[in-house]
Design a protein around this ligand. Structure first.
Ligand SMILES: [Zn+2]
Length: 332
């Protein structure tokens, strides 16, 4: 079948499975699309909808009215749900149900796509469950998630899981280098599976500043000469922006994973390869448990930030805990 070519190389297993199920009339009502951020779950989901709704005999054509409306997320039979704020709410699932029951009489296939499905609130997930228990004819659910374990077991058991194969780091790094990105290639390959997202980051002026901040943070912690909180004060423009806050935390985690690798004697394939001197210094001072502790503290901070905790407070506590100031203190 046309239209699936771009998935065949990297995701051939799930692509062949879906196309065969369609051709043999064996599609089920619900699929979980599990894979890393940026790996192409949404475009795979849209392709699924196009496969069902393309108007051309030569499906998937990609250019008919249906295909175009699906691509621009305006097709009436393809319903998109995304988190509003931090979660997907019950009302959003109810709106979907209302919308689809209106069109119940129509025979055309209907698809609903839930992005970041793990962000459904418990009541939203329970509403969806009822929907999944009594599926309407010719209606398909595609639940997109980075981690299927974060979905309710009752939802998981009603869906077929399609697991995306992660792109190898070597391949990603190769692709960055082929578009002229060298210095940050190995960091970007650890940051995202999406080449486009990585390119966007590398083109952003702030990216290199955030990388420097990560190195500076560890330097402050190691030499104890300066409180890392100063970093926050000196870079207000970065810490004002949620995207950069999260980027900073993600890069810190990647950094400490590198230090951990060196501690374990795995010196090849480091993300911060270009900053090996700094990594080696860190590995001399940090123990394995220091690295693990720091990674855990950063993960806690990320969780609190996503829950809209006060930014300045979050980072102050991050630095304090990383210094070992309030060890073991679990902030609410
Ligand atoms: Zn088409």
């Amino acid at each position: 079948m046309h239209g699936w070519e771009r998935f065949l190389e990297d995701q051939s297993k799930i692509t062949r499975f879906i196309v065969n199920s369609y051709l043999k009339n064996r599609l089920v009502h619900a699929y979980i699309l599990e894979g890393a951020k940026g790996i192409g779950k949404l475009s795979f989901a849209k392709n699924f909808a196009k496969m069902l709704l393309c108007e051309s005999d030569d499906r998937i054509c990609g250019s008919c009215r249906s295909c175009q409306l699906i691509e621009s997320e305006k097709h009436v039979n393809v319903y998109m749900i995304r988190p509003e704020g931090n979660s997907i709410k019950k009302e959003q699932i109810q709106a979907l149900q209302a919308e689809f029951s209106k069109k119940a009489a129509e025979n055309a296939p209907k698809v609903y796509i839930i992005e970041d499905a793990e962000k459904m609130s418990v009541s939203a997930a329970n509403s969806l469950l009822k929907f999944l228990e009594e599926p309407m004819k010719n209606t398909y659910a595609l639940l997109l998630t980075e981690n299927k374990e974060m979905l309710l077991p009752t939802i998981r058991s009603r869906a077929v899981v399609l697991t995306f194969t992660p792109m190898s780091r070597e391949k990603l790094i190769e692709q960055y280098k082929s578009v002229g990105i060298h210095q940050y290639a190995s960091i970007l390959a650890s940051l995202t599976q999406s080449l486009n997202e990585g390119i966007r980051w590398s083109e952003s002026e702030q990216f290199s500043s955030v990388v420097s901040l990560v190195l500076k943070t560890e330097e402050c912690l190691l030499k104890m000469k300066m409180d890392p909180s100063i970093i926050l004060i000196q870079n207000p423009e970065i810490f004002k922006n949620r995207e950069f806050q999260l980027l900073y935390l993600n890069l810190l985690i990647i950094y400490y994973k590198d230090v951990l690798k060196i501690k374990l004697g795995k010196n090849d394939d480091l993300s911060f390869e270009a900053y090996k001197t700094s990594l080696c210094e860190s590995s001399e001072v940090n123990t394995i448990s220091d690295c693990l502790r720091k990674i855990q503290i950063i993960l806690d901070t990320e969780k609190r930030l996503r829950a809209n905790a006060n930014v300045v407070l979050c980072f102050d506590q991050l630095f304090l805990r990383m210094k070992g100031g309030i060890e073991g203190c679990n902030m609410p």
